[in-house]
Design a protein around this ligand. Structure first.
Ligand code: GAP
Length: 443
């Protein structure tokens, strides 16, 4: 993993305003994080990029934004009330809490705490859904849940969408939104949290064609990460064994990323069969069959799901972009984001504050604002300012100096190579657009 560690990522994320602990002034809220100015920008860009890939580039995939709060019968039908549990074990001595399936076998057998050696409790099942009440009465009739996945909002709307959009199978429905899970173990920063965001796409296919579409979506999701410029040697497939398969899945593969703490799931591609729709038919009493008018057929479609964590993808992008190198005896920390994802695309820096350079740089920033996300920085030596932008992952810096006043040129500095070229202001926007389009981190 060369230079990247989770400690460095957490520290940089806080220092530069990517991610803060939630409610930090009260000691923090476990499993919840806040996205600062650079973090929210990065998150929005990842989301936009995924949306573009799903909706803009596919004629037969449409979007949805369904509610977090759903009728509680949804979760009976989906099987989450019955099956969405983790095995929980506590240490009687130090009170640490573990997921039984993540404890080393020797600790499970000896019922011994890996932290303090104390005695462990028996395993008990713990449902991961957050519960709350709708309305003033806090009894069982008002019990509702915060959704643990966005997928169910798509299934319960699929007929509405077919009717409104006159879609024909195969077609997909995509959604980005918050999901909540009462996770027992929430270490590793934003990797596993209680409140997170998902980017899910459900692809409705004819039964019998599901295996073919499953393979197709595995290919497309792999190609997506290649396009994003992720280090492909840090990605691999993991097929779920029979004991790992979710209650709804006929087959499932994870795309795993080599995070600093090891290989971990980034995204799941699942063949959910017709489990979800069949269960919603059973529990709602509504006919959710697809009517194929061309072939005079009716059937319950199978569903191929691609499910990525947005906040987990953000962590992956941070880890993947993180780099350090020795420059003139100092360590340069740089986030090598793809320019399409970088929170700031171009920073404008006056060489000096005086002699009208600051106001000329402001003018330039204003000129660029309509087309790019920009930053302006006049504080400190120019070398220090470049380093700050490197840490924020800004791919391009423009410096306005004395020559700029004479010939209307500026210095364009490239983050990755630190190369600097002189360029006429009139050519700037086109050049930046070309650089973004042609960007390849790895030649
Ligand atoms: N609809 C299927 C589903 O939710 P999942 O494997 O449980 O499947 C899909 O979750 C993705 O959501 C994971 O690959 C991960 O990226 C993200 N995810 C799941 N639980 C998470 C958590 N507690 N914190 C952050 N991301 C999570």
């Amino acid at each position: 993993m060369d230079c990247v560690t989770m400690e460095k990522i957490v520290s940089l994320a806080k220092r530069r305003g990517f991610v803060f602990q939630s409610s930090e002034i009260y000691g923090g809220q476990s499993g919840a994080w806040d996205y600062g100015p650079l973090g929210v920008e990065l998150k929005n860009r990842i989301a936009r990029n995924w949306w573009r890939e799903m909706i803009q580039l596919n004629d037969n995939i449409v979007g949805l934004d369904s509610a977090i709060l759903m009728h509680p019968r949804t979760w009976e039908a989906s099987g989450h009330i019955e099956n969405f549990t983790d095995p929980l074990i506590d240490c009687k001595q130090c009170k640490s809490r573990f997921r039984a399936d993540q404890l080393p076998q020797e600790n499970r057998t000896a019922k011994k705490c890996p932290d303090c050696g104390g005695e462990l409790t028996d395993t008990r099942r713990f449902n991961l859904m957050f519960k709350t009440h709708s309305g003033p009465l806090e009894d069982s009739t008002s019990l509702i849940y915060l959704r643990p996945e966005t997928a169910q909002g798509i299934y319960v709307n699929y007929k509405n969408i077919i009717q409104a959009n006159r879609l024909k199978i195969p077609f997909g429905i995509a959604q980005i939104g918050k999901a909540f899970r009462n996770e027992i173990v929430t270490k590793n920063f934003i990797f596993r949290t209680c409140e997170f965001e998902q980017m899910e796409m459900q692809y409705f296919v004819k039964p019998g064609s599901d295996t073919e579409w499953f393979e197709e979506w595995k290919k497309r999701r792999w190609a997506y990460y290649e396009k994003l410029g992720v280090r492909m040697d840090r990605l691999r497939w993991h097929q779920h064994g029979p004991d790992e398969l979710a209650h709804y899945a006929k087959d499932a593969y994870d795309i795993e990323y080599l995070f600093p703490m090891g290989w971990k799931e980034l995204e799941g591609v699942h063949n959910r069969s017709n489990y979800d729709l069949s269960r919603h038919i059973e529990f709602s009493g509504k006919d959710l069959q697809y009517i194929d008018q061309d072939n005079n057929e009716r059937y319950v479609p199978f569903i191929i799901e691609t499910s990525a964590g947005l906040t987990r993808t953000l962590l992956m992008i941070l880890c993947d972009a993180y780099d350090e190198e020795e420059v003139e005896g100092e360590t340069r920390t740089v986030l090598r984001f793809h320019p399409a994802l970088a929170p700031v695309t171009v920073a404008v820096l006056p060489l000096m504050k005086k002699d009208g350079l600051a106001s000329a740089a402001r003018d330039l920033q204003n000129e660029l604002k309509e087309d790019f996300t920009t930053d302006y920085d006049q504080a400190g030596a120019i070398g220090r300012r470049y380093r700050r932008q490197d840490e924020a992952g800004t791919p391009f810096c423009l410096t306005v100096d004395y020559q700029s006043k004479e010939d209307n040129t500026v210095t364009l500095r490239f983050r990755d190579s630190m190369e600097q070229i002189r360029i006429a202001r009139a050519e700037l926007k086109d050049r930046l657009r070309q650089e973004i389009k042609a960007y390849r981190r790895f030649a």
